[in-house]
Design a protein around this ligand. Structure first.
Ligand SMILES: O=C[C@H](O)COP(=O)(O)O
Length: 248
């Protein structure tokens, strides 16, 4: 079955509210139907981003509890209240700098799905793990942990982003072959967990130095159903160049 690609810009800790409004004004009307197009923004920018009519708007994280004494955290209900029904979870920067673990990613997956929020769950190996040939083992462990207790009927609401850490912000995109190999392997792990039919419905993104000149070939790979894009999603012209690249 054909899976519609999903391309989401992950802005990380970039852009003010004013810059978000300018981006939406420049980009939202110029998208095409070659993919579901979206942006993940800092919490403060989300209401401005939600002024978009076409862009999917995602948070970059959320907490796994309903409410309580979790200073600095944002809940699923808070996101839903402003109409946000997507979130990234388990990005490697959250794992590296904010103590995110496979266990908290799993709790957040369950909390997101319970609240009608679609998670984009990130997995990927470090450079040392890549060099040691551990990529498949690492992503399998992360996927199995993330989906613990996730119901089969919820799986197709989720997106998996394969982001090799060594390719993030480095300009070192994984080759099409490596990206396809790992995304295909991730699909086989989902098939082991939930069966092939469910695995065939899950969209798997590649992320890591995706640029307007590389996105089309990456998305042409059979198991790559989109991209999670950092740097190249920040400038309006670069985002629109990715949109145009899929039009060719
Ligand atoms: O979530 C996005 C990734 O971390 C990729 O970032 P990048 O495109 O700047 O390498």
């Amino acid at each position: 079955m054909a899976r519609k690609p999903i391309v989401v810009g992950n802005w990380k800790m970039n852009k003010t509210i004013a810059e978000t409004k300018a981006f939406v004004a420049a980009v939202d009307d110029k998208l095409n139907d070659k993919a579901d197009w979206g942006i993940a923004t800092p919490y403060l920018d989300l209401p401005a981003a939600k002024e978009a009519k076409h862009l999917i708007v995602a948070a970059e994280d959320m907490h796994f509890k309903d409410s309580g004494a979790y200073t600095g955290a944002v809940s699923a209900a808070m996101l839903k209240e402003i109409g946000v029904d997507w979130t990234i979870l388990g990005h490697s920067e959250r794992r590296q700098y904010f103590g995110e673990t496979d266990e908290t990613v799993n709790l957040k997956m369950l909390q997101a799905l319970k609240n009608g929020i679609n998670p984009i769950v990130c997995v990927g190996e470090s450079e040392a793990q890549y060099d040691a040939g551990e990529t498949h083992d690492v992503v399998k462990t992360q996927v199995v942990a993330a989906y613990k207790d996730v119901a089969k009927e919820d799986v197709e609401k989720t997106v998996i982003a394969y982001e090799p850490i060594w390719a993030i912000g480095t300009g070192k995109t994984a080759t099409n072959e490596i990206a396809q190999d790992v995304c295909g392997y991730i699909r086989s792990v989902v098939a082991e967990l939930y069966g092939q039919e469910t695995a065939d419905k899950v969209r798997i993104q590649y992320g890591g130095s995706v640029k307007p000149n590389t996105i089309k070939e990456l998305l042409a790979q059979p198991d790559i159903d989109g991209a999670l894009v950092g740097g190249a999603s920040l400038k309006e012209d670069s985002y629109l160049a990715m949109v145009a690249a899929l039009d060719d």
